[in-house]
Ligand binder design. Structure first.
Ligand SMILES: Cc1cc2nc3c(=O)[nH]c(=O)nc-3n(C[C@H](O)[C@H](O)[C@H](O)COP(=O)(O)OP(=O)(O)OC[C@H]3O[C@@H](n4cnc5c(N)ncnc54)[C@H](O)[C@@H]3O)c2cc1C
Length: 143
């Protein structure tokens, strides 16, 4: 159940937005932002199911694309420094504790242990990569 909570939180946000009249477009890839007079006023998106191009105009645009936020900002000639990192987590076959242990520190290797059902997950490594879509997985990480 604990694993589902982030998904339920996202679903709850979507349901609430719909109740306030929002239209939610899943599977829409932001191709580029639209800017007018130096202000971002919308986005051009591609409907990945039907292949249609959709333009969305808005008073406020929030770029919540995580590791990809810099790429999207650059389509409006905006510079946003994002440091994407790849990480490896290790699942061990028993539950070594019953609560999450997390260290609040700047991102780096090894800052969390999460018990999940009968296992525990330890992680993560944090290695900066230039592009969140293209990075190597070294063979030793698959052992
Ligand atoms: C395996 C793993 C385990 C983790 N465990 C934990 C944990 O236990 N606790 C914790 O606090 N954090 C954890 N994290 C980190 C956490 O998931 C991230 O910090 C968090 O999800 C970042 O949120 P975000 O909204 O900024 O970005 P994201 O959740 O990455 O959301 C960005 C979204 O933008 C979308 N997007 C990108 N480009 C486009 C585009 N062109 N058009 C449309 N959409 C686009 C992506 O598809 C994605 O859905 C974990 C991460 C991983 C990978």
């Amino acid at each position: 159940m604990r694993l589902l909570i982030p998904f339920l939180a996202s679903e709850a946000n979507v349901a609430s937005a719909r109740e306030y009249g929002a239209e939610v477009l899943n599977y829409h890839d932001v191709l580029n932002l639209i800017s007018v007079a130096g202000r971002v006023v919308g986005a051009v998106c591609k409907d990945l199911i039907h292949g249609e191009i959709v333009e969305i105009h808005s008073d406020i645009v929030i770029n919540a694309a995580g590791a990809w936020a810099g790429k999207i900002a650059s389509t409006a000639n905006l510079s946003l420094q994002i440091l994407p990192g790849k990480g490896t987590m290790l699942a061990i076959n028993h539950r070594i504790l019953n609560t999450v242990v997390n260290r609040c520190k700047l991102p780096t290797d090894g800052d969390i242990i999460v018990p999940i059902h009968t296992v525990a997950v330890i992680g993560t490594t944090d290695v900066q990569v230039p592009d969140p879509d293209h990075f190597a997985i070294e063979p030793w990480k698959c052992a």
